[in-house]
Design a protein. Structure first.
Length: 399
C-alpha cells in the first residue's frame, strides 16, 4: 500500500482507542475491575460457595436500578466460581439468560439449554422452534446428567420480564422431583423491588430467603470505575478532567455505571471522528447531548405527528425566548397551528392540544403548572420543556 492509499484508508480509526471492548455494553471484565461492590461480590460469592465444592448453590434475588452492577457482579462471580470449582475438581456450570430478550418460558428455557450445551461443548441439536418449554428443560437435565455436572446456576436477568414463574419453579424443584442429580440454583435479577411479592406461595416457599439490594453508584465509585477502564484508550489521550466530569454528571443524573461508561466511550468516538489526538470535556458535553437526543428520539418515535408539532412549538418558543421558560397553552397553540399547517395537516382544537400537553407532562417530557394571572385574568396553565430545546428539535428532526 503506497502513501496515497495509506492517507485515504477508509478503515483508519485514529489513535484514540487501545482496546475499545473495555467500554462496550455487554463486556464482562475481570473481577478485579469490578469497583464499589465488594460487599455484593462477597454476598453472591457466599451464595455460590457451596457449589464450588459440589454442594447446593443458594438461590438469590438481586434488586437494584439499571446500571447498578447487578448483572456484572453476578456474571463475574459465576465465572470465578467456575475457576474455583475446577481447582476443587468439581464440575460447576452456569448459564446467563437475559429475560428482556427471552420473555416467554419457552424462549428462556431454550436459551438456558443452548448456553449449557455451548459451555459443555456438547454435540447436541437444540431446535429453535417446534418443541415445548418442558422439552428444552429436559435437554438441560439430560446434559447435566450426561456430563456429570455437580452444580448448575442459572442467572435470570430482568426476571420480572418473564411472562410466568414456571421456569424458576422448575429449576427449584428439579432435583427434588428426580429430573436431575445436579444441585441447581438461580440468581434472579430484577429492577423492581416488589418482584418477590409477585411469586406464588408454592414457589416462594421453595426459595431460600436470600435477597440483595444494589444501591446506585456515587460519584467517587463512578470515578473509580471509569479510571479502571482508562486502558481502553491510548496513553495520554484522556484529558485529566474528562473522567471527573463524566462521573459527576452520571452521579447527578442517574448513578448508572453502564451509562457513564457509554458516555466515556461516546466521547472517545467523537474525538476520533474529529481527528483529534485527545478527548476533552467538550467531547463529554457533546456525548451527553447526543445520548439525551437518542433517548428522547426513542421516546417520541412512536408518537403522532401532532404531538411532535406540539413539542416542536414548545421547543422553539423556549429557544426564542431565553428569559422565559414556561408558556401558556394558547401561546403554544398559536405556533403549533402554524407548524401543522406548514406540514399540510389540519390543526387539532386548542382543548385537544391542552390535553396532549398534559399527557406529555405525565410522561416527564414537559411540566405543566397552574399560574395565577393578574387582576381579572384568573389562573391559567403554563407549560415548561424539561429538556434542552436544541436536543428536542434534533430528536424530532430524526424521528
Amino acid at each position: 500500500m503506497d502513501e496515497t492509499e495509506q492517507a485515504t484508508n477508509i478503515f483508519e480509526t485514529g489513535g484514540i482507542f487501545a482496546n475499545r471492548e473495555l467500554l462496550r455494553v455487554g463486556h464482562v471484565p475481570e473481577l478485579e475491575r469490578v469497583v464499589g461492590r465488594d460487599d455484593e461480590v462477597s454476598s453472591i460469592g457466599q451464595a455460590l460457595g457451596p457449589a464450588t465444592v459440589g454442594g447446593p448453590p443458594e438461590t438469590t434475588i438481586v434488586y437494584g436500578k439499571t446500571g447498578a452492577g447487578k448483572s456484572l457482579v453476578a456474571r463475574c462471580v459465576a465465572r470465578e466460581a467456575h475457576i474455583e470449582a475446577e481447582a476443587n475438581e468439581i464440575e460447576f456450570q452456569h448459564a446467563y439468560v437475559d429475560c428482556s430478550d427471552y420473555q416467554t418460558e419457552t424462549k428462556a428455557s431454550r436459551e438456558m439449554a443452548r448456553q449449557l450445551a455451548a459451555n459443555l461443548n456438547a454435540n447436541v441439536e437444540i431446535p429453535r422452534v417446534g418443541i415445548a418449554a418442558a422439552d428444552y428443560r429436559d435437554i438441560t437435565w439430560d446434559l447435566l446428567n450426561e456430563y456429570g455436572v455437580d452444580s448448575f446456576v442459572v442467572i435470570l436477568d430482568e426476571i420480572d420480564k418473564l411472562d410466568d414463574d414456571e421456569l424458576l419453579r422448575s429449576l427449584s424443584r428439579a432435583r427434588e422431583s428426580g429430573k436431575s442429580e445436579t444441585h441447581i440454583g438461580a440468581i434472579c435479577i430484577s429492577n423492581k423491588i416488589e418482584y418477590r411479592d409477585r411469586l406464588n406461595e408454592r414457589l416462594d416457599s421453595s426459595l431460600q430467603d436470600n435477597e440483595l439490594v444494589f444501591d446506585p453508584y456515587d460519584a467517587d465509585q463512578l470515578r473509580e470505575i471509569l479510571a479502571n477502564r482508562t486502558d481502553a484508550f491510548e496513553d495520554g489521550v484522556l484529558n485529566s478532567d474528562v473522567i471527573p466530569k463524566v462521573a459527576a454528571l452520571s452521579a447527578k443524573e442517574h448513578g448508572d455505571a453502564r451509562k457513564a461508561i457509554d458516555t466515556l466511550y461516546e466521547a472517545g468516538r467523537l474525538a476520533e471522528k474529529d481527528g483529534t489526538d485527545t478527548v476533552t470535556v467538550d467531547h463529554v458535553d457533546d456525548a451527553v447531548k447526543r445520548a439525551e437526543a437518542n433517548r428522547f428520539e426513542k421516546l417520541v418515535s412512536g408518537t403522532t405527528p401532532h404531538v411532535k408539532h406540539i413539542l416542536r412549538a414548545l421547543a422553539l418558543l423556549t429557544a426564542d425566548n431565553p428569559g422565559q421558560d414556561a408558556f401558556r397553552t394558547h401561546q403554544v397553540y398559536i405556533l403549533y397551528t402554524k407548524l401543522a399547517e406548514r406540514e399540510g395537516a389540519e390543526p387539532l382544537s386548542e382543548d385537544r392540544v391542552y390535553r396532549l400537553l398534559k399527557e406529555q407532562s405525565f410522561l416527564g417530557v414537559t411540566e405543566s403548572d397552574h399560574t395565577g394571572g393578574g387582576q381579572g385574568e384568573g389562573s391559567y396553565l403554563e407549560h415548561r420543556l424539561l429538556r434542552d430545546p436544541e436536543i428536542v428539535v434534533e430528536a424530532l428532526d430524526n424521528s
